[in-house]
Design a protein around this ligand. Structure first.
Ligand code: FAD
Length: 481
């Protein structure tokens, strides 16, 4: 017997209290999508299904109560915190889903400046945390563009990465321990230790689960000294992306760890650095940390760049640009207004590959889109940048903007999906990963099995083990059956 929508809302109210359950139809509609459907939703088009209710959990007990309620009845749970998801992870694709919102669990629980870690509830916005830490001369080192809006639970659930990742790492390098609730109500606290060899690293079952295995209630991340006074910004113009990528590769493999290491293709550079890019690629490097380290890093960068044909950019321009990079509610609102007025928008697809494959990946994506994609004439921007580098390779963040020449309802099928597919296919063809940091969400699931290849049974086994009834975020990471 299925439980009616009204019954679900009433049951939830009695479980967690009236103040924690929202059933306003407008809010339910908005909760049925995320930024993947930003163009449709700005036109008021919501295809549904809409959730039965949004529950604003106030405690771990609330989370346990809602998860076990849903699990017993086979109802779908969609966890959320900051709501900046871009890949459909927040879409409620089955009837009578419950959106479980952790944003009211917003307490910073403990700042430990000796063991250098901070513990927060899942709903603490990263910006709030950073502002608090910086007053004490500390930082998490995590600085995604979504910092003003994203919250700790979502940042961990998506395996997010920040703009300073080359120095501090992605969230997976920062999480010390965490607490998560599984659909049967089990509350697991993975303890905070510097390292251990006590079997496989179980943090990684939770980090990146995108709400498809469990609900993250508490997170402990590392702390670092905040010392921006030594930051040294470096900017260069080079003639092609391959040269820029080679500079990044040499910086990485020769042992330097700038916090920011980026190269923008000519078209991408033109939108970011209109004043000076002049049709060339822009390389950005930032040395950060104690003075002696920033000086040594800067000297290493200069030596490496000096081996390649380049022109120098005023470091003040790079610093000024970097300070305006984050996205708060003001930019989201401006984007909404602009989409309605201009019928023009931009999307991104971020992938990764080994150093040796990046040139091929970049060229083949550009070639396929310009030569094979039937609506290439509607594109107003096609480019890419590398923004996160490693010893073995780097990411490519493809950007594509277009004028929409169709009904809002058709936009995703005509533009976003085919362009995204070309980039994903090429990343997999060169042996890279189809997703570097936004998560699989609901729109890259058709490639999940190919992404993991012979290791796919490990991933599928996690779903069977931890969410045997399929309660958690149906259609995310794993295709909807
Ligand atoms: C303007 C903009 C810039 C961005 N820049 C970056 C960037 O620089 N780096 C980057 O990595 N990403 C970036 N993103 C993507 C996104 O912000 C990040 O993935 C972020 O980590 C999501 O956090 P959130 O709190 O908004 O999560 P939400 O959007 O609420 O949720 C994201 C996903 O995590 C799941 N989830 C949320 N909370 C929980 C929880 N408590 N337990 C279990 N699952 C949960 C959801 O079901 C969903 O699948 C950007 C997005 C936008 C819109």
């Amino acid at each position: 017997m299925t439980t009616s929508t009204e019954r679900i809302a009433a049951d939830l109210r009695s479980l967690v209290g009236d103040d924690h359950v929202e059933t306003d139809p407008t809010l339910l509609r908005e909760a049925s999508v995320d930024r993947f459907k930003k163009y449709q939703s700005v036109h008021g088009i919501f295809d549904g299904p809409f959730p039965a209710a949004i529950v604003f959990a106030g405690s771990v007990d609330d989370v346990v109560a809602v998860l076990t309620y849903a699990d017993e009845r086979g109802l779908n749970i969609v966890p959320r915190t900051g709501r900046t998801a871009t890949e459909g992870g927040l879409e409620t694709v089955v009837e009578n889903s419950i959106v479980l919102d952790g944003s009211r669990m917003d307490r910073i629980l403990e700042i430990d400046p000796v063991d250098m870690m901070v513990t927060t509830q899942c709903g603490v916005p990263l910006q709030v945390l950073e502002d608090t830490l910086r007053e004490q001369g500390l930082t998490t080192g995590h600085s995604p563009q979504s910092k003003p809006l994203a919250q700790m639970g979502g940042l961990v659930a998506t395996r997010s990465i920040g703009q300073l990742s080359t120095l501090y790492g992605g969230i997976e390098d920062l999480v010390v321990g965490l607490e998560a609730v599984f659909p049967d109500g089990t509350v697991s606290r993975i303890k905070n230790v510097p390292r251990r060899a006590a079997g496989p690293d179980i943090r990684h079952v939770v980090i990146g689960n995108e709400g498809a295995l469990c609900f993250i209630t508490e997170v402990t991340v590392k702390l670092f000294r905040f010392q921006p006074e030594h930051n040294a910004f470096h900017g260069y113009l080079v003639d092609d992306l391959e040269t820029g990528v080679e500079i990044l590769r040499e910086v990485m493999v020769e042992g330097y760890r700038p916090s920011v290491a980026r190269v923008y293709s000519p078209d991408d550079a033109a939108q970011h650095f209109a004043d000076f890019a002049g049709g060339r690629c822009v390389v950005v490097l930032v040395a950060e940390g104690p003075r002696r380290i920033t000086e040594a890093t800067s000297a290493g960068i200069e030596e490496i760049v000096g081996r390649h044909q380049h022109d120098r950019v005023d470091p003040a321009s790079i610093e000024q640009w970097f300070e305006g990079l984050n996205w708060g509610q003001d930019k989201i609102d401006a984007e909404r207004e602009s989409m309605l007025r201009t019928h023009h928008l931009g999307y991104t697809t971020e992938v990764s590959a080994g150093w040796s494959a990046i040139g091929d990946l970049y060229r083949s994506v550009l070639r396929r889109i310009t030569e094979d994609y039937p609506h290439a004439d509607d594109l107003t921007l096609l480019g890419a940048h590398s923004s996160h580098s490693y010893q073995t390779g780097t990411n490519l963040y493809f950007v594509y903007d277009y004028d929409i020449d169709c009904e809002p309802r058709e936009e995703i099928e005509k533009y976003h999906k085919p362009l995204n597919a070309i980039i994903v296919e090429e990343a997999l063809r060169v042996g890279g990963s189809m997703v570097h940091h936004h998560g699989i969400g609901k729109y890259r699931t058709e490639w999940t099995e190919e992404e993991h290849g012979s290791a796919y049974p490990i991933l599928a086994g996690l779903k069977r083990a931890f969410d045997p009834r399929g309660t958690m975020n149906a259609g995310t990471i794993f295709p909807l059956r």
